[in-house]
Design a protein around this ligand. Structure first.
Ligand SMILES: Nc1ncnc2c1ncn2[C@@H]1O[C@H](COP(=O)(O)OP(=O)(O)OP(=O)(O)O)[C@@H](O)[C@H]1O
Length: 336
């Protein structure tokens, strides 16, 4: 059973700002790699990455297909040998003598789990406990955390894909790990399965003090669960910071809907062109998209429109599309 202590909130997720490295001690990173590199046939699948996963966070490891996410996770789990660089987990540099002890506190779901279909979820976990020399008493609590306790006596051949994935997480939770590595855990799930998985992942740091590293090729997925983000492309880490910092890269804009958008455009454009901006206003189906303005200059614009007989129906603050920023980063790396 996940112990009483572990069920209590042990830590709150830290939103570490990587721009303030001087404030961060080494032990605040539960995983830290230095120049971690993996070569396949002489070319790097993972190229000198310095991963920094803060304790009690959900670290979203984002990158397109083939970027090197699985290879990185496999190296962290000792399933693939690195060619260069070092891995530190729980503050200890991994080597042949401490690897097993460190990894005994790490749970993972790397590939789609396979089960004995004619056995129940409970029986499958029982086998896993026996093989890993873990007490069977942990099984019920792990099943409860992933909300499969009502389905534990069903054969796994009758489980949905979402249930199989959650059983995989229950299996990873056996042994009460402090760290969980999940490789694309929502792959192939339907919207309700994705929602359940997302809620489960989000609950783990606060409720059970578990740090998670979760990979995905979908920014929208990572955006909904992660505190910190690492973006990998072509084997290289091209961005690593808090999700908040990534989101703040989004430029703010204002959407204006007026009684006469064309005239409003003609009235406002000279004000921006005087300031030297090129194509500052976009005419869209929804209205005019303007650069973000402070209260005073926005007030002047509104008065100008009003004095020219234009009614203002709506002003909304908009953020640019984070997906575009992500794609630009990835495409820039791919073109180098
Ligand atoms: N065993 C292997 N032998 C040779 N090349 C490999 C091997 N495993 C992975 N690669 C290559 O390494 C690169 C990174 O693959 P990896 O599976 O780590 O990417 P990924 O980001 O996890 O992608 P996906 O989202 O598609 O799973 C790819 O070019 C892949 O073809």
């Amino acid at each position: 059973m996940i112990s009483h202590n572990q069920s209590q909130k042990q830590c709150t997720p830290k939103r570490v700002r990587h721009t303030q490295k001087e404030d961060i001690t080494m032990t605040e990173y539960i995983i830290e790699t230095k120049n971690l590199t993996k070569l396949y046939h002489g070319s790097p699948a993972v190229n000198q990455i310095n991963l920094q996963v803060p304790q009690c966070s959900i670290y979203g490891f984002l990158g397109p297909n083939g970027a090197g996410k699985s290879t990185t996770m496999k190296m962290l789990l000792g399933l693939a040998a690195q060619d260069k660089g070092s891995i530190q987990i729980f503050g200890h540099e991994m080597n042949t003598s401490n690897r097993i002890a460190i990894l005994s506190q790490v749970g993972s779901l790397i590939e789609s789990p396979s089960y004995y279909g004619n056995l129940t979820g409970y029986e499958n976990l029982k086998i896993s406990c026996t093989l890993r020399n873990l007490p069977h008493s942990e099984i019920n609590e792990a099943l409860r955390i992933v909300r499969l306790d009502n389905q534990k006596h069903k054969k796994t051949s009758h489980y949905s894909l979402g249930m199989k994935q959650r059983l995989g997480i229950a299996n990873a939770l056996l042994g009460k790990p402090k760290l969980l590595l999940l490789d694309e855990p929502t792959n192939g799930l339907d919207p309700s399965g994705i929602h359940e998985m997302r809620e489960l992942i989000k609950s783990l740091p606060e409720k059970y003090g578990i740090t998670l590293m979760v990979s995905s090729h979908l920014l929208a997925e990572i955006e909904q669960i992660a505190d910190n983000v690492g973006i990998i492309s072509n084997g290289k880490m091209i961005y690593q910071d808090s999700l908040y910092d990534l989101q703040s890269k989004n430029k703010r804009e204002l959407l204006l809907r007026t009684s006469n958008d064309l005239l409003a455009y003609q009235l406002l454009i000279p004000k921006y062109e005087h300031a030297g901006l090129v194509h500052p206003i976009q005419q869209t189906k929804e209205g005019l998209l303007l650069p973000y303005e402070g209260d005073r200059s926005l007030g002047l614009h509104i008065r100008h429109l009003f004095e020219n007989g234009i009614d203002l129906y709506r002003i909304e603050e908009r953020r640019g599309n984070l997906e575009d920023i992500y794609l630009q980063m990835v495409q820039k790396e791919a073109s180098l």
